[in-house]
Ligand binder design. Structure first.
Ligand code: ADP
Length: 396
């Protein structure tokens, strides 16, 4: 068990690529930290610097209070699980798990105890004598985890460990790794490009882009209080709707205009969250208005109660997903389905510019022109140039 401190860490690869810039983070003992971001954002490089597989170009790394920059990987008390976990095919599951301990000349009885214990925790005791090729993908992944567990490390580092598995197995292994973290009560650092894995597994998430940390917080805080447009768009599916917008009205009842002729009025409470409302109010300054699909409703009762936030759209496509329904809407609600000469419009003239996630029992159909209403408490606003939030809601 250990805490980690990363202080102003940089990675510059030979040739001059700066893969990681100014990475600073305190990781507490027993946390489950997830590094998430699109491919190439520097997640793996950061993890590999913690593991000692990459040199740290600048900055300091501490594990358990001890500076680690020049400590070789095997002395860092960490264990790493990779995407390509490459079990030794000619060895049994038992020997795969025991191998690293044998190399370290751990006494035989202790090896046996640790392998049996890891196998029990992972539910693979009955496969110990099998070769990896006689196992399913999920079972192999468990063996890879077992190899890490037997080392009894202070920190587990996991680099996209589930990305080779199919969707169903991935969901299952996700919960198994979460359970494992709870049982082992050890620090986990997990790299993924999958926002669902990040949201479901992390106690805290580090969102990265182009080598820079964007925001660090709990999954719920990142979802509710994104610091910038990138974080807002990266977390959540379907992703947040973004519109160019302007603001008129008064300080206590500002009106946001967006789309074709859509307008919504903010409540006084929401207006109070705007950091510098006078920079927007009646200035014509364009900002980015963000609304999550889950905060847009087609329920007549909700709309009747929230007339100030209702606006007209036309529904392009309805996706019935069983537990929920997605409405793909166009803000250009007067638009015809055919061209003026009667020919069919190209589907490449993509008019869908808003997605709403509504109740699965919704009877809204394709082609319908109707009012939707926004739950105004949860809207977001970003500066159009810097893309940082214009709201003062960031939790301390
Ligand atoms: P991620 O894990 O987020 O996909 P990486 O940490 O693998 O991203 O890579 C971050 C950046 O560093 C990328 O631009 C990648 O091309 C570059 N990079 C990674 N490894 C090397 C290397 N060995 N030499 C030079 N550039 C590298």
């Amino acid at each position: 068990m250990a805490d980690l401190q990363l202080k102003n860490i940089y990675k510059v690869y030979p040739g001059g690529v700066t893969a990681v810039s100014d990475f600073t983070l305190d990781i507490k003992d027993k946390e489950f930290i997830v590094f998430v971001g699109p491919s190439g954002c520097g997640k793996s490089t950061t993890l590999r610097m913690i593991a000692g597989l990459e040199e740290i170009s600048k900055g300091e790394l501490y594990i358990g209070g001890r500076i680690m920059n020049d400590v070789v990987p095997k002395d860092r008390d960490i264990a790493m699980v990779f995407q390509n976990y490459a079990l030794y095919p000619h060895m049994s599951v038992y020997d795969n798990m025991a191998f690293a301990l044998k190399l370290r000349r751990v006494p035989r009885e202790q090896i046996d105890r640790r392998v049996q214990e890891a196998a029990r925790i992972l539910g693979i005791e009955m496969y110990l004598s099998r070769k990896p090729k006689a196992l399913s993908g999920g079972q192999r992944q468990r063996v890879a985890l077992g190899r890490a567990i037997v080392r009894e490390p202070k920190v587990f580092l996991l680099d996209e460990p589930l990305s080779n598995l199919d969707a169903k197995l991935r969901a299952q292994m996700r919960t198994e790794i979460t359970k494992l973290h709870n049982r082992l009560a050890t620090t986990f650092i997990y790299v993924t490009h999958d926002q669902v894995e990040a949201m479901t597994m992390g106690t805290r998430i580090v969102v990265m882009k182009d080598g820079f940390m964007q925001q660090v917080d709990t999954p719920q805080n990142l979802y509710d209080f994104p610091a910038n447009k990138f974080v807002a768009g990266f977390l959540g599916t379907p992703q947040m709707n973004f519109f160019d917008a302007t603001m008129t009205g008064t300080k206590d009842a500002p009106v946001i205009s967006f789309g074709k002729d859509q307008q919504v009025t903010l409540s006084k409470e929401k207006a109070a969250e705007i950091k510098d409302i006078y920079a927007l109010l009646n200035t014509g300054k364009v900002f980015t208005f963000g609304v999550r699909p889950d905060d847009i409703h087609d329920d007549p009762e909700f709309i009747a109660k929230h007339k100030d936030t209702a606006f007209k759209v036309k529904v392009d496509v309805v996706e019935k997903l069983g537990a929920e329904t997605l409405l793909y809407c166009t803000l250009d609600h007067d638009a015809a389905d055919v061209n003026e000469d009667g020919s069919i419009k190209s589907i490449a003239d993509d008019t869908t510019n808003m997605i709403a996630r509504v109740d699965s029992r919704s009877t809204t159909g394709r082609g319908q022109v109707l009012d939707l209403a926004i739950d105004i408490r949860h809207i977001h606003m970003f500066d159009k140039e810097t893309e940082t939030t214009l709201l003062a809601y960031l939790p301390e």
